[in-house]
Design a protein. Structure first.
Length: 302
């Protein structure tokens, strides 16, 4: 008789089956999400050919590349390329993904968090820097960058901004080398007030630029933030470090494959390359003034 006694609250068979399948269903969802994430990450990466070398670049987490097929973004890309010339070539213009979505929806005229990848130009073209390992390139950069005349660089950048964007800047200064690791060398830059015409566009801005050598191409990534002070440096630095480490890893196979067939010294002037990077760092920080200039010209209702 005891064997026939029913449990106080029997669980229906269908419910038990449903409960047993829940972990498997959750696992499938997780795997699916991971696969989608991997494909999404891969889709964000770009593989330009620079100086005859293949280089894989990807936006930092939370940043998206501007789309040259959209006119407003094409204008921003073209302006930043013009500002970088003749010392550098703009490879990818970036903005915070959320801010970019609002920009496209007409909810904001410009970006507070933005960035760009750029590479130095020598004799009118991107040139590979041969004869250096990544480590020796970074070591040389760490020695030479502090020797550059920052006053001359600031004068050049200020003149570019006035001529190219009708803007002015005060209080610009380089923060020097912030850090060095196996992937890159990291510089800081700050500006005070940025004005467009008679209007103040920003009370201040901070930038962190990381430079590295990827498949013998000097690549720099700058991330910038407007209307902030020195408190923004740690987060920007961490983001740039994380991204450079990622692209160094992503390019390892290409470097091994393409690097085996060439060992030619091109006699690149490394000091000129470093000057270009320093100028590019500041130009990237101030390039967003273009959108402020457009708003200013359009009038208060724009």
């Amino acid at each position: 008789m005891a064997a026939l006694r029913k449990s106080p609250d029997p669980e229906p068979t269908a419910k038990r089956a449903s409960r047993r399948t829940q972990p498997a269903h959750a696992a499938c969802l997780l795997v699916g999400a991971l696969v989608v994430g991997l494909f999404t990450s891969a889709a964000r990466a770009e593989t330009p050919t620079l100086g005859g070398r293949t280089v894989i670049l990807e936006p930092p987490a939370g940043y998206c590349a501007l789309d040259p097929a959209r006119q407003d973004e094409a204008d921003l890309i073209a302006f930043n390329e013009k500002m970088q010339q003749p010392r550098n070539h703009l490879v990818m213009q970036l903005a915070d993904c959320g801010e970019l979505a609002d920009f496209r929806a007409g909810k904001r005229p410009s970006f507070d968090r933005y960035g760009q990848y750029f590479v130095p130009v020598t004799d009118g073209a991107v040139q590979p820097v041969t004869g250096f390992t990544r480590a020796s390139y970074l070591e040389e950069g760490a020695r030479e960058l502090p020797k550059l005349d920052s006053g001359v660089l600031v004068d050049e950048i200020t003149a570019k901004l006035r001529a190219g964007a009708g803007s002015d800047v005060t209080g610009m200064h380089f923060l020097g080398v912030l850090k060095q690791d196996e992937a890159g060398l990291y510089l800081g830059i700050a500006v005070g007030k940025v004005s467009v015409g008679d209007q103040t566009a920003s009370a201040g801005a901070i930038g962190v630029v990381g430079l590295t050598l990827v498949n013998e191409i000097p690549v720099s990534l700058g991330l910038y933030q407007a209307n902030v002070g020195a408190e923004a440096v740690p987060d920007l630095l961490a983001k740039v470090q994380q991204t450079l480490a990622s692209i160094v890893q992503a390019n390892a196979e290409t470097e091994a494959r393409e690097g085996a067939t060439r060992r030619v010294w091109h006699g690149i002037d490394l000091t000129a390359v470093l000057i270009g990077i320093a100028v590019g760092a500041a130009v990237g920080l101030l390039g967003w003034a273009w959108s402020r200039r457009r708003k200013h010209r359009a009038g208060p209702s724009a």
